[in-house]
Design a protein around this ligand. Structure first.
Ligand code: FAD
Length: 401
């Protein structure tokens, strides 16, 4: 048997079948279009930081694992202007930010500015991210030119990273029924991202290196996602999807009004239209009104302490991305980890605001955070569809051997 999932997604209150349908009909088509728009296809990232855990022993075997940075003329002009003479990166509490924070909660012109200006590429005020060192070099990468797919990165090198991630102590005894929801949620996000990476490898595999022929690898799919023994990986994929979807919907008021300015008015208008279509989707509200209920978390006595602990583990995972020895994997690894960190920030920002002067929780997102979160959602959405399609093919091939 293949992975036929039925019933309700654990830790959520949505049915698998409804999620699969609404994803296929309403969410994925919008996201596919959205990530092709200029605002969402250029990601500013550093691919050359040292690995803090072991000596770097770069291993890029296939040509397909290297990344080509954008030509200078490709980078959206307003972003370049901001990089070159725009506001200098300020730190928390700089006068500029304080002046703006008063109006942040109203979604207006200055909120818009938050998406496109200050320190547009780093995790700003994101308790789940580690800040890069000051002297790090960044490049803009066109994500469409560097699609996530099979790269040949595997064996002990790749396993070392996954081992490092899964050996974080917060993941020990994770299958224990007494494990608290917070730990489980955290594990399921990472595992869901891992499943998604596997899905894209299975869907776009280099079948014939000489001829440069790419296509689905059904045997690999069966081994990694398509057999009952690893059913949980697919469940975690659905979970991660619903979690990030909830974050995108919660950030809706901000995303809906943000200015997506890349200097191409027509495409930027299309970007806004697509974002609204996503965050205001009636189909999603009907299929799954509350994709994930974040209000249940961190309620225990040791809630704050637990959060700090999980943040520290997440920081290690962030740093592990600098040890990924394949540029393209590192690019998508960093993007997806920032996407998860952004979702965590969106869903738990109210509690993170203890130092804020105002009583009301406020949410500020940077350009790169928005790009990462919605690209991650697109990757997860596409993976759900890969799992559906390839499970059908698998069932078919079993029926007609
Ligand atoms: P792996 O996927 O390496 O898994 C290692 C072990 O983890 C498994 O044996 C299993 O015990 C456990 N495991 C597997 N899946 C899950 C899950 N969903 N949840 C929980 N546990 C699990 N390769 C590419 O070709 N293209 C890429 O873009 C790419 N990106 C990567 C990004 C990162 C950040 C990393 C660390 C690796 C990436 N890789 C990529 C490598 C890829 O993920 C695999 O490591 C590689 O294909 C070898 O796969 P494997 O079958 O040995 O198992």
């Amino acid at each position: 048997g293949t992975c036929q999932l039925s019933g309700t997604v654990r830790d959520c209150s949505c049915e698998y079948a409804a999620v699969e349908r609404v994803n296929r009909e309403a969410v994925l088509p919008v996201l596919r279009d959205l990530v092709r728009q200029p605002f969402f296809r250029y990601f500013k990232v550093s691919l050359y930081c040292d690995c803090p855990f072991w000596p770097d022993d770069g291993m890029c075997v296939l040509r397909d694992c290297s990344v080509c940075p954008c030509e200078d003329h490709e980078v959206p002009a307003p972003w370049k202007a901001a990089d070159n003479g725009g506001p200098t990166p300020g730190c928390e509490g700089s006068p500029r930010l304080e002046a703006e924070s008063a109006v942040d909660r109203r979604v207006d012109a200055s909120t818009k500015e938050h998406l496109v200006s200050i320190r547009g590429w780093r995790g700003f005020n994101n308790p789940w991210m580690v800040e890069d060192e000051e002297d790090v070099e960044y490049s803009y990468i066109n994500l469409l030119m560097n699609p996530e797919r099979y790269t040949g990165y595997q064996g002990e090198h790749a396993h070392r990273i996954w081992n490092l991630i899964y050996s974080q102590s917060c993941f020990s005894n994770i299958t224990d029924p007494d494990t608290c929801t917070e730990r489980r949620v955290f594990y399921r996000l990472i595992s869901g991202m891992h499943s998604s990476i596997s899905a894209h490898i299975a869907k776009e595999y280099l079948l014939d290196e000489r001829a440069g022929r790419w296509g689905p690898n059904l045997a690999l799919f069966r081994e990694r996602l398509g057999n009952p023994g690893v059913r949980e990986r697919v469940e975690n994929l659905y979970f991660a999807y619903l979690f990030v979807l909830r974050a995108a919907l919660k950030a809706g008021p901000l995303l809906r009004e943000a200015a997506y300015d890349t200097g191409s008015p027509l495409e930027d208008a299309r970007t806004s239209e697509l974002v609204r279509k996503l965050v205001d989707s009636e189909a999603v509200k009907q299929a799954c009104p509350v994709p994930f209920d974040e209000g249940r978390l961190w309620k225990g006595e040791d809630g704050e302490q637990l959060k700090k602990q999980l943040q520290a583990h997440f920081h290690n995972i962030t740093k592990a991305m600098d040890c990924v020895g394949c540029e393209k994997c590192k690019l998508w690894g960093k993007l997806q980890i920032l996407g998860i960190a952004t979702s965590l920030k969106v869903l738990f920002s109210a509690e993170d605001c203890t130092e804020c002067q105002s009583a009301e929780p406020q949410l500020r997102l940077e350009r790169n955070e928005v790009i990462a979160m919605l690209n991650l959602l697109e990757r997860l959405a596409a993976s759900i569809e890969v799992v559906r399609e390839m499970s059908l093919q698998l069932a078919d091939s079993a029926n007609h051997p």
